[in-house]
Design a protein around this ligand. Structure first.
Ligand code: SAH
Length: 213
């Protein structure tokens, strides 16, 4: 179930869906997604579907993780990345293998505790988790070369745009309701001008305000 063959099948599927970045595919092939799920669900870890992680939240679908990561790297290497919605920590681990430093914010405390433990077990030291409301970004460590949100706000939070560095890229699902648009917003040089494009329709959990213990 967690065999190399099962993982390879997932990678094949990602390629068929249009993922071409070899580094992203390699990292996803090597990342043990089953460690990010409860044991009862781990046999489904290499299916290309979102899966529940408790607290009404989900581990993102592999295709979406691959797509967002590929877009995030599309303008060249990124050093410092902010992730909003750590959840299980799976996306954080994928990013941690592709960029220098990841800052990851999550509003549900027990999810952060579990994610931290998983990263420790995997020996990854370049992810810093914060228990806070990612709707305000994470100003302490801004600016970021890229920001990726795994939760959907109704409109793009201004704070996230302010926290993007020169040529920074923001990948975020936006819109009310169950289906949103995946947006890619790029800061043009060090100006205050941004370019926006819509990638495709996606399904994310909503970005909620405040934090819970
Ligand atoms: N990337 C995660 C996906 C988690 S789902 C994974 O691979 O497991 C999205 C997460 O966003 C949920 O854990 C949810 O609690 C979190 N979230 C929602 N609103 C938030 C906010 N305002 N600030 C931080 N995290 C938020």
């Amino acid at each position: 179930m967690t065999s190399q063959r099962t993982r390879e099948r997932l990678i094949q599927r990602l390629k068929e869906q249009g993922i071409t970045n070899q580094r992203v595919l390699d990292v996803m092939r090597m990342t043990p997604r089953h460690l990010f799920l409860d044991e009862a669900l781990s046999h489904r870890a290499y299916e290309d579907t979102a899966l529940p992680i408790g607290y009404g939240q989900t581990l993102s679908q592999p295709y979406i993780v691959a797509l967002m990561t590929e877009i995030l790297l599309s303008l060249g290497p990124r050093k410092k990345v902010l992730e909003i919605g750590s959840g299980s920590g799976y996306q954080s681990v994928v990013l941690a293998q592709l960029v220098d430093q990841v800052y990851s914010v999550e509003r549900i405390k027990p999810l952060i505790d579990k994610a931290r433990e998983r990263l420790r077990l995997l020996g990854l030291r370049n992810v810093r988790f914060s228990h806070s409301d990612g709707g305000f970004g994470l100003p302490e460590y801004a600016p970021y070369d890229a920001i990726l949100s795994a939760a959907a706000p109704n409109v793009v939070p201004e704070e996230l745009l302010h926290q993007l560095g020169p040529d920074g890229i923001l990948v975020i699902p936006v819109g009310p309701g169950d289906v949103q648009e995946l947006l890619v917003i790029t800061r043009l040089g060090d100006s205050n001008n941004f370019e926006e494009r819509v990638v495709e329709k996606v399904r994310f959990v909503p970005l909620l305000g405040g934090t819970t213990r």
